[in-house]
Design a protein around this ligand. Structure first.
Ligand code: GUN
Ligand code: ZN
Length: 442
């Protein structure tokens, strides 16, 4: 684990964040905080002071080193609200929509994670990918094998990262080699919760894969776990693809709609995150709102798997929390800038606006709110955990040219989400320690 006891650091540069959570994009500008020349003081993994350099420079303790980032932009660490670590190796698998893609690519890849050593190697690879893309918090699917969860939490703990993850529960409609049972999934999940939930910065998510791969008996066990450990999370998939939605209707004819399958088993709530939510009925939107459940918006995945266009405007109208998500490996990039750029295109296709401020909000404080972690991460408020990313706005010659024409901060940020990628990530800091440094430019 990274040593942070009584360590202090001072960071100087241009900063941007949002001071509070919002209910509508119209409130974004009010909450925007931008210092051209700012100072962030860190102590013991937390933010001790944040403000303008001129105001704060006298507060820097003697002997404290100052890390100065001229010409960079420092924002809170990105929050990825839905991602599968065992699917990193199958990103960009050709030619299928969801159900065929699962059978042909995802399930065979996940088989390998029974092997502890393989899982450990891939967990390290996965965490490295997050950090080289500026993502400091993620909500992660492992596989059905407890070994895969052990490997991920161990890799995250080494870097003091805030990670929410869980063992997939899946007792039907998948290859035999990936199936558990209601009892074994309950017992294994419980053991993992007792070992990992709230250990350092780690949190556990009860993880039924999606309604088609669990029997009602297994969903009942998932609900039982949630009632026994109420401050754990729930993560699953909801209404991603038309064939999937039809299948759920056949499998659970007694439930009114897809979300009702989860709601009936006690799996909705303020720490429940549902990935995709593209084809929801109005009643499902109402249930998400009433139960304070949240959505993970996965634009690259929704485009790549041809699933459909997420109605972000409707989520705002219905006051349902939304976070950005990569959904690797249905999604095609670990990078939140690229993910935001694709979100813009998803909104364009629906004739809706999506500003760079909205993108940065959803990727930081909005994501934190989605995960009920906004009291701990998501902006530079004093007392929060010191996770942030130093962006290079001119990582390529094309960006350099484009920025010469930039009119204001919003325009510069917008060009960053359209042209940015992992080259834009200069340094990543987790828990007040620099954990990633870009080695070379374009
Ligand atoms: N629905 C059930 N499992 C999955 C998965 O692994 N990826 C995506 N995108 N959707 C799913
Ligand atoms: Zn997913």
């Amino acid at each position: 684990m990274t040593e942070t006891s009584n360590s202090i650091a001072a960071i100087r540069g241009q900063f941007l964040d949002f001071t509070d959570v919002i209910d509508s994009p119209s409130e974004l500008e009010k909450m925007l905080r931008h210092f051209e020349d700012g100072l962030l003081l860190l102590r013991n993994g937390h933010i001790e002071w944040f403000g303008a350099w001129e105001e704060g420079k006298s507060k820097i303790p003697e002997n404290c080193s100052i890390q100065h980032y001229p010409d960079k932009l420092i924002v809170p660490g990105f929050v990825d609200t839905h991602i599968h670590y065992p699917q990193a190796e199958i990103v960009g698998a050709y030619g299928e929509q969801l159900l065929e893609w699962l059978d042909n690519y995802a399930f065979p890849a996940e088989k390998q994670y029974k092997d502890k050593e393989y899982a450990a190697k891939m967990a390290d690879f996965f965490i490295d990918q997050l950090l080289r893309n500026g993502t400091t918090t993620a909500m992660v699917f492992c596989t059905v094998h407890p070994e895969s969860v052990e490997a991920l939490f161990s890799a995250a703990e080494k870097r003091s990262m805030r990670i929410i993850a869980g063992k997939v529960m899946m007792d039907r409609n998948a290859p035999d080699y990936l199936l558990d049972t209601p009892e074994s999934s309950y017992n294994e999940s419980k053991k993992l919760i007792e070992k990992w939930h709230k250990r350092g910065r780690l949190l556990y998510a009860i993880t039924p894969r999606f309604a088609p791969t669990s029997t009602a008996e297994q969903l009942e066990m998932a609900g039982k776990l949630k009632s026994e450990f109420p401050d754990t999370y729930v993560q699953t998939h909801l209404s991603e693809n038309h064939d999937e939605v039809e299948w759920v209707k056949e499998l659970f004819p007694e439930q009114e709609n897809y979300l009702d399958v989860y709601h009936h088993h006690g799996l909705t709530g303020s720490r429940s995150i549902f990935a995709h939510c593209i084809h929801l009925e109005e009643k499902e939107w109402d249930c998400l709102h009433k139960t304070d459940s949240a959505i993970a918006f996965c634009p690259t995945s929704n485009l790549f798997l041809g699933s459909g266009l997420f109605k972000l405007d409707h989520a705002w109208d219905k006051r349902v929390k939304v976070g950005m998500a990569t959904d690797i490996g249905g999604g095609t990039s670990f990078n939140m800038l690229q993910t935001s750029g694709e979100a813009y295109k998803v909104m364009q296709l629906q004739k809706q606006k999506f500003s760079a401020y909205e993108a940065f909000y959803l990727a930081t404080l909005g994501g934190a709110k989605t995960l009920s972690l906004d009291h701990l991460i998501g902006n530079f408020n004093i007392g929060k955990e010191a996770d942030f990313v130093v962006l290079d706005p001119v990582a390529t010659t094309l960006q350099e040219k484009r920025l010469e024409k930039s009119k204001n901060v919003a325009d510069s940020l917008f060009s960053l989400i359209i042209l940015g990628d992992d080259r834009s990530i200069f340094h990543t800091w987790v828990n007040a320690e620099r954990v990633y440094k870009r080695e070379k430019n374009e």
